[in-house]
Ligand binder design. Structure first.
Ligand code: ADP
Ligand code: MG
Length: 695
């Protein structure tokens, strides 16, 4: 069922087309888009209350109708428009503090108006401040349904939207995409009746069920939306399986030598996920696997072993990390592991000088570099691989949606990002665990491997929540730790509003700590430093020459210095849970008992308190993710602003989990038995937005 193009709702004047653009901005392009643009809430304009009675129910909104008896602009206490209306029962003042000159004409004495608002008792008796109003003729009929209030973009009036939607409701193809048998089995309401009810609910409807979106009409919408999402994800998965990838079957000399040279034994969990990855790489369709493991669980070495398999099989591998610091750290560590075994490792980042970049590109292009490590510069202009077999993305949740799309889709298309016939296998890594419902929806087309065990010999991190005014004691503690030969991270407060201010704070913190700890080396690293400068500081810290590292969140992911065992986070109340967890994960990487001090500024708000308590109570990344989801909701959890349209509009992954499971089962059946329905349902619900759901 192709989406019909929307005809203009009103004559094609310039004004109408400006509104059309605004509709398009809301993603409303076809009639069906409009029809599925459901109200946020409703206003009850179905009743008129006598003014006298409205005055008695002061505090809740009411609609009254009366004739204007006075209309004046007054100047005290400030300029305002004061309009008195009267019906048989009494009089009421409408007060407008902001108004246009034209309103004095609209509300001229003798005009009959309907006004909606809350009645208050003012100096002159009953009044409404800034009521919604419209001029009417005596006996004009009242609406018979609640009036919908739609989500609207800037400059788009409710009146225009209502009209456009009402027109679309008359034009669309109402065929139900679900068969009567399926509806019966799932106990779902029909599509047409549900949509129409939501746009124009009868006045006697259960308003709570409507507002809480538990009404059967809402349930149907949510189900349809989730079904579309499941279908789209499953199809993406099938499309991927249909693509060709080079099989990478050889676990040979390099893999063997590499494993033999490791200074430790892989944990059982690492071995298990490695087997899963190895099996995928042997296939001739592209792997799309997410490797999840809490911070410190040892994902890097698993990734390196996967890369070794690609190289053993005669292909190149690429490892991409979200920050320069992390990418560089991987480069050093992995090059140190692999170069003695005869592997050429190339480094590529945006900050390379032109000459270095050209050299790196030449090595990548000729195939001389078997392993390439870098930032997103890897997927940018002009990087051509000779024979890329495997792409590894570390901390994949940190990449922007655009970058993830580029990797996941362009890589899968004919003219693919890596300029070759076959598609590379992909391994994504993340320490941010995905709760079950999210895994079932947003990540449904990924295979998932989990490292659920930390390397042995780690002592759990003790977390303390400390009032900022005990900073002096904290500094003492830093000193004591350094005396014992341990190293310390000191994380500066996050200042989201201003990067300049954040830098200033970091510099100041560095200066005060350096002054307070004159016998220690205090280093500073922040996002505005040149990569080379950062590297000097990070190297000093890695070698143990810098005792205390003052840092912004640039150290949030991946940084691995096992001798660091104390972490201080200032203004911890400003950080999100997953960010705190990632930061804390920088310590507790060696065998020394580690401590994390969360400094806060009182008073603490309830949400911040909840976050800090969670941090104190658990170090389990899964538990933290679960609570994070609870506190923030899935939209925020996934970065709603970032993923934009990818978000579900109606279904709520927390309250509607039961529907997710049903939708998944139905999607399965439809894909197997009924491709026509799959097409129709996807066209109706996703139109052109399908791409976004896959990110
Ligand atoms: P993450 O999963 O957070 O990326 P890393 O890969 O950085 O973790 O590993 C954390 C630390 O644990 C590193 O210093 C790494 O060398 C070490 N490590 C990894 N696997 C093991 C193991 N099986 N035994 C001991 N140490 C390990
Ligand atoms: Mg890591």
């Amino acid at each position: 069922m192709p989406a019909t193009k929307r005809k203009p709702a009103s004559p094609a004047t310039t004004k109408a087309s400006a509104s059309e653009n605004k509709l398009a901005k809301l993603g409303l392009r076809s009639d069906m888009d409009l029809v599925l643009h459901l109200p946020l809430r409703y206003e009850d304009e179905t009743k008129i209350v006598p003014i006298r009675q409205a005055a008695f129910i002061a505090g809740s909104p009411a609609q009254v109708e009366g004739v204007v008896t006075e209309c004046d602009i007054q100047y005290r206490p400030r300029r305002q428009l004061v309009v008195t209306i009267a019906d048989d029962s009494g009089t009421l003042v409408m007060r407008f503090l902001n108004f246009y000159g034209s309103q004095t004409k609209q509300l001229a004495v003798g005009t009959r108006v309907r006004a909606r608002g809350e009645v208050r008792h003012g100096f002159f008796g009953a009044e409404m401040v800034h009521p919604a109003y419209k001029a009417v003729d005596e006996g004009d009929p009242l609406p018979t349904a609640l009036t919908p209030v739609y989500p609207a973009g800037e400059g788009l009036s409710q009146t225009y939207l209502r009209k456009a939607i009402a027109n679309a409701l008359k034009r669309v193809d109402w065929r139900d995409t679900l068969s009567p048998a399926l509806l019966e089995q799932l106990k779902l309401a029909p599509f047409e009746a549900s949509v129409k009810l939501l746009h124009n609910p009868p006045p006697d409807i259960d308003e709570n069920a409507l507002m809480e979106r538990s009404h059967p009409a809402w349930t149907r919408m949510k189900f349809d939306e989730l079904l579309a999402q499941q279908l789209s994800l499953k199809r993406a998965q099938e499309a991927r399986r249909a693509k060709g990838a080079a099989a990478l079957p050889v676990v040979g000399d390099l893999s063997g030598a590499f494993a033999a040279h490791l200074p430790f034994q892989l944990t059982g969990a690492q071995q298990r996920v490695l087997q899963e990855i190895r099996a995928d790489l042997r296939q001739s369709f592209p792997m799309q696997r997410l490797l999840q493991g809490d911070v410190g669980s040892g994902k890097t070495v698993v990734a390196a072993l996967a890369a070794a398999q690609a190289i053993d099989s005669g292909f190149q591998a690429a490892l991409m990390a979200p920050t320069e610091i992390l990418a560089e750290q991987h480069f050093r560590k992995i090059a140190q592991w692999m170069e003695p075994l005869g592997v050429k490792v190339a480094w590529l980042s945006g900050s390379l000088r032109k000459k270095e970049k050209t050299e790196a590109q030449a090595m990548i292009e000729s195939g001389a570099a078997q392993l390439v490590i870098g930032t997103h510069a890897l997927i940018q202009e002009g990087v051509e691989f000779a024979k890329l077999g495997l792409v590894i993305v570390d901390e994949q949740h940190r990449f922007g949606v655009g970058q993830r799309l580029a990797l996941r889709n362009k890589g899968l298309e004919g003219d693919n990002l890596f300029h070759q016939q076959t598609v590379p296998h992909q391994l994504m890594m993340s320490a941010t665990p995905i709760p079950r419902t999210l895994a079932m929806t947003y990540y449904a087309d990924l295979e998932v491997s989990v490292i659920d065990e930390l390397p042995p010999g780690r002592t759990p991190i003790v977390t303390r929540v400390v009032d900022q005014n005990r900073r002096d004691e904290v500094i003492e503690r830093v000193h004591a730790a350094a005396q014992e030969g341990r190293q310390v991270y000191w994380v500066c407060p996050l200042i989201e509003e201003s990067e300049a201010l954040q830098l200033q704070t970091a510099t100041e913190t560095h200066a005060t700590l350096a002054a307070a700890l004159p016998d220690l080396q205090v280093g500073l690293v922040h996002g505005r430093m040149k990569p080379a400068e950062k590297q000097i500081v990070m190297d000093g810290f890695s070698r143990g020459e810098v005792h205390v590292l003052v840092a912004t969140t640039v150290i949030e992911v991946g940084v691995d210095v096992p001798n660091a065992s104390l972490m201080v986070i200032e203004h911890a109340e400003r950080f999100g849970l997953s960010q705190l967890h990632q930061l804390r994960g920088r310590v507790g990487r060696g065998s020394a008992a580690s401590v994390c001090l969360l400094l806060y500024q009182s008073p603490l708000g309830p949400v911040a308190r909840q976050r800090l308590m969670t941090m104190r109570e658990t170090t389990d990344g899964f538990e933290i993710a679960r609570r994070d989801l609870e506190i923030r909701g899935p939209g925020e959890f996934l970065g709603a602003r970032q993923s934009g349209q990818a978000m579900l509009r109606f279904a709520d992954l927390q309250t509607d989990q039961w529907l997710v499971e049903k939708a998944r089962d139905v999607a399965h059946g439809l894909l197997r038995d009924d491709p026509a329905t799959v097409e129709a349902h996807l066209a109706r619900w996703l139109g052109g937005r399908e791409e976004f759901l896959k990110v």
